[in-house]
Design a binder for this molecule. Structure first.
Ligand code: NDP
Length: 284
């Protein structure tokens, strides 16, 4: 009989502000379901303290951590290794430790790709439109490019942000990409296979909708929203009303958590349990 251990394995989240981030609910529901003696600590880390926080992961024997606002870009400077896609995206949201060294991954875009794969949606050779050019759009667009999408049209209100992301895709990935300045009601081009809403429009309590011509959404398009709360955004509702197949931001969020869960524990995450736990925290 082995001696009883009173020590838990530790993972967590660095952010500022971070108090209202519900990731702990999702990840710990997964730990409970699998009977794992792990804890997920939500930690307020101020910007000036990020370096010491990352170094502390080693000293405290953490298995890893998530990074959220405002640390996703800055954290690259303090990691021992960065995954190639995270390096192109320029942001890390998941750290894991292996042999005493820190590894950075970006699971935001990967979670999105996993959602589509699970739904049987082919990405290779597809024409994609991405609304937005912020952090989420960047992660998704790079992963779509790496999954061999044929063409990505980026549509963004701020010209310089849109052009910077277009250049990253064109210069550093095999995809063909172009940019459309979003200063008008955007018409989704015929021949679009996948439409991704990757702006912050529609995040609770905002009930807004992106400025597109909804009549140009066709029933054979796959339409995705990154907004996890509420999962059924006005955008998703309108796309459904046009007969399109939809993927919500809650699924993407759970799938990005699923990737971190596996990196930290070595176990497959109980996705449905985690999704249910998280959905309860959100407004419907
Ligand atoms: P950023 O602040 O980096 O980017 C916001 C983007 O939204 C920009 O492209 C911005 O355009 C655009 N935007 C905001 N308001 C408007 C508007 N009124 N009209 C047109 N464009 C607008 O945020 P993130 O990319 O980090 O996050 C975006 C959303 O993604 C958040 O709501 C977040 O909750 C969600 N998210 C979901 C994840 C998931 O797993 N489901 C993971 C990560 C994020 P401009 O450049 O012109 O300002």
């Amino acid at each position: 009989m082995s001696a009883k251990s009173y020590r838990s394995e530790l993972v967590g989240l660095f952010g500022y502000p971070v108090d209202e981030n519900p990731t702990v609910v999702m990840i710990e529901a997964g730990f409970r379901e699998l009977g794992l003696n792990y804890r997920y600590n939500t930690m307020e880390v101020r910007p000036g303290d990020l370096e010491i926080a990352v170094k502390s992961l080693k000293a405290l024997g953490y298995k890893g951590a998530n990074c959220t606002i405002p640390h996703k870009v800055e954290v690259l400077r303090y990691l021992d290794h960065i995954a190639p896609d995270a390096e192109i995206i320029g942001a890390v949201n998941t750290i894991y430790l292996k042999n005493g060294e820190t590894y950075g991954e970006n699971t935001d875009g990967k979670g999105f790709i996993v959602s589509l794969h699970d739904g049987g949606v082919e990405i290779k050779g597809r024409n994609v439109v991405v609304l937005g050019a912020g952090g989420a759009a960047r992660a998704i667009a790079v992963e779509l490019a790496m999954a061999q999408a044929a063409h990505i049209t980026l549509v963004n209100r701020d010209e310089s942000r849109g052009k910077v992301l277009t250049a990253i895709l064109t210069d550093r990935t095999p995809v063909k990409a172009d940019f459309v300045l979003w200063d008008h009601t955007y018409q989704i081009p015929a021949g679009t296979d996948i439409l991704v809403q990757a702006t912050s429009i529609g995040l609770y309590p905002d009930t807004g909708c992106p400025n597109i011509d909804y009549d140009t959404i066709q029933s054979d398009m796959v339409v995705c929203d990154v907004i996890p709360n509420p999962p059924q955004t006005e955008f998703i509702k309108k796309a459904k009303a046009r007969g399109a197949r939809t993927f919500d931001g809650l699924g993407m969020l759970v799938n990005q958590g699923r990737i971190g869960f596996k990196l930290w524990t070595g176990k497959d995450a109980p996705v449905e349990v985690m999704k249910e736990a998280l959905a309860k925290e959100f407004v419907e």
